[in-house]
Design a protein around this ligand. Structure first.
Ligand SMILES: [Zn+2]
Length: 324
């Protein structure tokens, strides 16, 4: 490969010394963003067809990013993360480049949290994104997509007090309601269980904001705040308000499942798009004690990934649902 005629003219007119061919340099030579002092760096940077590639590369070089780092930045970071990177001081970006749920502006917080908790960087990224570096119920956001099947309701994300799903139906042969898609799949799950001689039945499903408010306030009359928060959601923070959650019991039980049915649910609920939302070893993420009876409908695709990767729905949401 040789330099374009236009580039050759720039080289000659400016008496530049260039040994090897580089596509990036070739294009730079004839662009308005060409800076003769950066020739050696340009030559080491892989050309990427992106808007304002030359301008952005110049800014990164001015911030002292190396050619190697710049190659990683353009290969792995999303456009929005690259734009954010241009607005902040130099950071050691290489350890972060391949983390899919990275938000460049949170890098200082990721590093603080990683150091404090002594965990892998990719976990620090997810946990900070989930706000686990702040206390539960601090900085609560109102949910903007309450009708999405993949809506995230937790101690940092609250449903509006007026939110009521518009497609609630009765789960067959019960007095409990869920959103239509969730109800159909719950009926399928119950039928699947009965093929295995298991008798499962819901004992709670959709609950209104007001209902949850009364429930939570009644618990507070007998238990302290900290204890109540470990087993009951504050109003607006309950998945039951979405119409996508259901509490299920085994035959002969009042408000729980048998150990055997629990094991069966752990292995089979995903086939109908359900997950066990609050697992024992995930309390530090969800903020709730283990709830073997609480099922959340997320759809089959999400349920399969959550089971296979042994992650919470909170993590799934951050890794797979949010676009960055
Ligand atoms: Zn529940």
């Amino acid at each position: 490969m040789s330099y374009s005629l236009k580039a050759q003219k720039v080289i000659k007119d400016n008496h530049l010394k260039i040994n090897n061919y580089s596509k990036t340099l070739d294009l730079y030579l004839t662009s308005d963003d060409f800076n003769a002092l950066l020739i050696d760096e340009y030559a080491k940077i892989n050309y990427v067809f992106k808007q304002d590639f030359f301008k952005k590369t110049n800014i990164l070089l001015e911030k002292n990013y190396t050619a190697e780092q710049i190659n990683y930045i353009f290969e792995y970071l999303s456009d929005s993360n690259i734009d954010k990177l241009l607005t902040i001081d130099y950071v050691d970006i290489l350890p972060f480049c391949q983390i899919p749920n990275l938000d460049v502006l949170k890098i200082p917080a990721y590093l603080d949290y990683q150091k404090k908790e002594n965990i892998a960087l990719k976990d620090a990224v997810t946990f900070v994104n989930l706000h686990l570096d702040t206390n539960f119920y601090e900085n609560v956001e109102t949910i903007k997509n309450p009708d999405d099947i993949l809506v995230l309701v937790n101690k940092y994300h609250a449903l509006d007090s007026n939110y009521v799903p518009n497609d609630l139906v009765y789960i067959s042969n019960t007095s409990y309601k869920m959103r239509k898609e969730a109800a159909i799949n719950l009926e399928s799950l119950i039928a699947r269980a009965s093929l295995d001689n298991r008798k499962l039945a819901p004992f709670s499903a959709y609950r209104s904001y007001e209902y949850q408010k009364n429930l939570y306030e009644n618990y507070l009359k007998k238990d302290g705040l900290e204890l109540v928060d470990s087993y009951s959601a504050r109003p607006g923070h309950s998945e039951h308000q979405t119409g996508l959650a259901c509490d299920i019991k085994s035959f002969g039980y009042i408000d729980n499942v048998s150990d055997s049915d629990y094991l069966w649910l752990l292995n089979n609920a995903y086939l109908d798009g359900f997950i066990i939302r609050y697992l024992k070893d995930k309390s530090y993420i969800t903020g709730y004690k283990e709830e073997p009876w609480h099922l959340r409908y997320v759809g089959k695709e999400a349920a399969k990934i959550i089971k296979e990767e042994n992650i919470t729905f909170d993590e799934y949401y951050d890794l797979y649902v949010i676009k960055r």
